[in-house]
Write a protein that binds this ligand. Structure first.
Ligand SMILES: Cc1ncc(COP(=O)(O)O)c(C=O)c1O
Length: 449
């Protein structure tokens, strides 16, 4: 980093601190009682995170009254933006008549029917509250169905934070050795490694983000998914598409409908409940049958796989989810969010080319990923898709301090991006929002590079 850029970054830091004094105060209080002062590692930011007071459409406002264009999108849950009137109305109506019945209810049936009508692999589904629970349940169901122990996943792919999916090659703190032994991690897009791992005949489940890791930060193509489908079917392993982000975003039927590849199981969260807590494991009826009550010798027997959850299919989440999914199914919300992301990617790449900065901004759907690696020609995203950049450089390779500088710079300019770094777009971004975002990127680069 040049001396000029260092000065620029320091200037941004001062501007941010002046602009967000009340956020600073809250962070000081929070760090005394919350680890890191935050409740999700993705929200951690130095010198301090933003504390948000309210949101509407494509914007949110912090506790100091500053306005931001939002690219966190509720961690990807808000394809329709904040507080869509139909979703708010559905939530308010349901909240007034019951938050939790401790019983089955009509909305959960309608919600499940809507999901099964949209997602090709979803013959049956079981609601959970989070995506983490859904991938956890998938592993248990797959083991019960196949009688096998091992699970296979791809390096860099994110499936939540339970024990099987939250450690890198070799294991991680707090994860017992048995789980590490039963988990095979292979490089992304490496079909030969998958083939070799499946050769042992002991893999119950292969988990993949069908867009590639972190919604396409390490991209994966349709051909790879098709080969993976054939390979898993031939070797008797179940295939799970983790569509927690991709579902209802890549297309109405998720990444699986977009690519025309149907997995055995699918995990869904985020958009499924329109910004409220809700998720599901969906899939083949015979596999999901592991969760059914049975009759053996005329007697009721517990399901093969145990699964409970106080807040499964909560009525308020069901109301929000149903309202959201209907709008997505019946309007061009996905196409609008995709177009916004494409315009942002194009605008940012133009900035990079003009500045001759060897980064690029890429993505395929309602997303943009900022590659700060310096190993592409300025503003040439196709070089990522041509495989010119090794996957290890696409995720987690840039020092956190650099990413924090970029985020702080963008916040000073009124834009909130996520720490991949990049963002997720909604269907309600305006042309003005997009123009402002590209200008903010240019102004930030002026300071930090
Ligand atoms: C692909 C994927 N799987 C699983 C999860 C975990 O979902 P949750 O945060 O609801 O537990 C996430 C969350 O970001 C995700 O992106």
């Amino acid at each position: 980093m040049s001396a000029v850029a260092e000065q620029g970054a320091l200037g941004l830091l001062r501007r941010y601190e002046e602009k967000t004094a009340r956020s600073r105060e809250l962070f000081e209080r929070a760090r005394r009682i919350l680890p890191n002062g935050v409740t999700h590692v993705g929200r951690y930011l130095e010198p301090h995170p933003l504390y948000v007071a309210r949101a509407a459409g494509s914007h949110k406002w912090d506790v100091d009254g500053n306005e931001y264009i939002d690219y966190f999108g509720g961690h990807g849950a808000l394809l329709l933006g904040h507080c869509h009137p139909a979703v708010v109305e559905a939530v308010q109506a349901q909240a007034a008549i019951g938050a939790h019945y401790g019983a089955s209810h009509e909305l959960e049936v309608r919600w499940a029917e809507q999901i099964c009508a949209m997602i090709p692999s979803a013959e049956k589904l079981r609601f959970t509250v989070t995506g983490t629970e859904a991938t956890h349940l998938a592993i248990r169901v797959a083991r019960a169905f196949t009688g096998r122990r091992k699970v296979l996943r791809f390096a860099g792919h994110f499936h939540g934070w339970h024990d099987h999916v939250s450690f890198p090659q070799g294991g991680g703190a707090g994860v017992v050795p048995g789980i590490v032994e039963d988990t095979i991690i292979v490089p992304p897009n490496d079909l030969a490694a998958v083939e070799q791992a499946l050769g042992g005949g002991d893999v119950a489940l292969v988990l993949i983000e069908p867009t590639g890791a972190t919604f396409g930060q390490i991209p994966t193509g349709g051909d790879f998914l098709r080969h993976l489908r054939e390979l898993t079917a031939a070797r008797g392993a179940l295939l799970l598409f983790d569509e927690v982000i991709a579902g209802f975003r890549c297309s109405r039927g998720g990444a699986q409908a977009f690519h025309g590849v149907t997995p055995d199981l699918t995990t869904l969260a985020k958009i499924i409940a329109g910004g409220y807590p809700g998720a599901a494991l969906a899939g083949r009826a015979d596999v999901m049958g592991m969760l059914d009550y049975r009759r053996v010798d005329g007697r009721i027997q517990a399901p093969v796989v145990a699964h409970q959850g106080t807040y499964n299919a909560g009525p308020v989440s069901a109301a929000a989810g149903l309202a959201t999914l209907r709008i997505i199914n019946e309007t061009d919300a996905i196409e609008r969010a995709n177009a916004a992301a494409a315009a942002i990617r194009d605008g940012m790449n133009e900035v990079l080319r003009a500045r001759r900065l060897a980064w690029c901004v890429y993505g395929q759907f309602s997303d943009f990923h900022i590659h700060m690696g310096g190993d592409v020609d300025p503003g040439q995203p196709e070089q990522i898709y041509q495989g010119r950049v090794p996957w290890q450089k696409l995720k987690g390779a840039v020092p956190a301090e650099r990413i924090h500088q970029l985020r702080v710079g963008m916040l000073c300019e009124g834009v909130d991006i996520v720490g991949w770094p990049g963002g997720i777009t909604s269907s309600v971004l305006s042309a003005g929002d997009i123009e402002r975002t590209v200008r903010a990127f240019d102004a930030t680069l002026e300071q930090i590079v």
